[in-house]
Design a protein. Structure first.
Length: 366
């Protein structure tokens, strides 16, 4: 068949369009990181925090390519990035070394504090490859200093590796955690009234979003206070809320009400038991524990009015989570309530100034 000039032009345009669509499709597919999270050890403004950055890379990362973690590329609000050293980092999914050797998946560390490039950078050694899959990079020793302004901040995963993506962290003070991440993530803590039932136990006094005032404690007369947690997010993999204390519940004289039970700081929820009050063993004089009505958390481990005590300063305890988007109002999905129970024995030391702070950390999984 003979082709006239118009037919030839149409055929050529069709071929160019098809090629352009193939290029666009390839560009759209490449570079997607999945399950990006950055879990902070503390969200308090101005504090030194550990960052556990996790992500799933689809493509392998080859020699001389970089994995770059950029903290707040908009305003460079995080401090301490330039002081991060190899000894501060645990890298799962590759082998972090001070200098390249004879390995197969080694990476070396460098940092940048240039404007818009406040970054920790890992470079794959020559002749080596970091395979695709899930990687977790933990930057410890509190080297990264949180911003002083309360808001959410971008943490960007990129560099010259094929895949890239963003997540966010919320910087919030104390117990009163409220966050907004570009309208797609918010966390609200609020008080509850007296006689509110939470996971089968009933509160004995009212609370606010920033205060749990237990009042004067009477031996073997437990006090129970609660708060409500609400999360709204469109994060495809949901979120987790944890709690930890900044110190034991302690008086000015050094007397301590220990974590449930009898100071063992149990992470496995169990039925409430009274402090044993064993003379000469202050850890048994009184204790405090937490329960949650999130019935699908850890396969329902808190169901049945069970309590846990594993929320000491050096660890965190998950008290609320969901594996998909949440609306901030549906129980077990966007809303949960927690209750803190204290009971003392007659041996607990007197004091009118027992105090500490509870710190909630909400982590979305984009």
């Amino acid at each position: 068949m003979a082709l006239n000039s118009d037919t030839k032009l149409s055929l050529a345009a069709g071929i160019i369009l098809a090629f352009a669509l193939l290029v666009m499709a390839a560009t759209t597919y490449a570079g997607a990181l999945f399950n990006i999270t950055d879990t902070l050890s503390t969200s308090i403004p101005g504090s030194g925090a550990n960052h556990a950055v996790s992500f799933l890379s689809i493509s392998p990362i080859t020699q001389n390519e970089t994995i770059k973690i950029t903290f707040d590329p908009i305003t460079n609000a995080f401090g301490g990035v330039g002081s991060v050293a190899t000894s501060d980092i645990q890298f799962t999914g590759a082998t972090l070394v001070s200098s390249c050797g004879a390995g197969s998946d080694e990476v070396t560390l460098s940092t940048s504090t240039a404007p818009g490039d406040n970054s920790v950078i890992f470079t794959v050694c020559s002749g080596e490859t970091v395979s695709s899959g899930t990687k977790t990079i933990t930057i410890g020793n509190g080297k990264i200093i949180n911003p002083t302004s309360t808001q959410s901040y971008i943490v960007r995963l990129g560099g010259t590796m094929p895949d890239s993506g963003d997540t966010r962290v919320a910087i919030l003070p104390g117990v009163a955690l409220q966050a907004s991440i570009d309208t797609n993530f918010s966390f609200i803590v609020s008080g509850v009234a007296t006689d509110t039932t939470i996971n089968g136990v009933t509160t004995t006094a009212a609370t606010t979003d920033t205060s749990l005032a237990f009042g004067t404690l009477i031996p073997h007369s437990p006090e129970i206070l609660g708060q409500t947690l609400q999360v709204t997010t469109n994060a495809i993999n949901g979120f987790t809320v944890t709690v930890h204390e900044d110190q034991d519940l302690m008086s000015g004289s050094g007397a301590t009400i220990h974590l449930f039970d009898d100071g063992n700081a149990t992470t496995t929820p169990s039925p409430w038991v009274s402090p044993s009050g064993s003379t000469g063993n202050p850890a048994t004089y009184g204790h405090i524990g937490v329960t949650t009505d999130d019935s699908d958390l850890n396969s329902g481990s808190f169901t049945g009015s069970k309590f846990a005590g594993g929320f000491q300063p050096t660890s965190t305890l998950a008290i609320f989570s969901n594996d998909g988007p949440s609306d901030g109002s549906t129980t077990n999905i966007g809303k949960a309530s927690v209750a803190y129970k204290i009971e003392i024995s007659p041996l607990q030391a007197a004091g009118n100034d027992y105090h500490n702070n509870l710190i909630y950390v909400a982590t979305p999984r984009f």
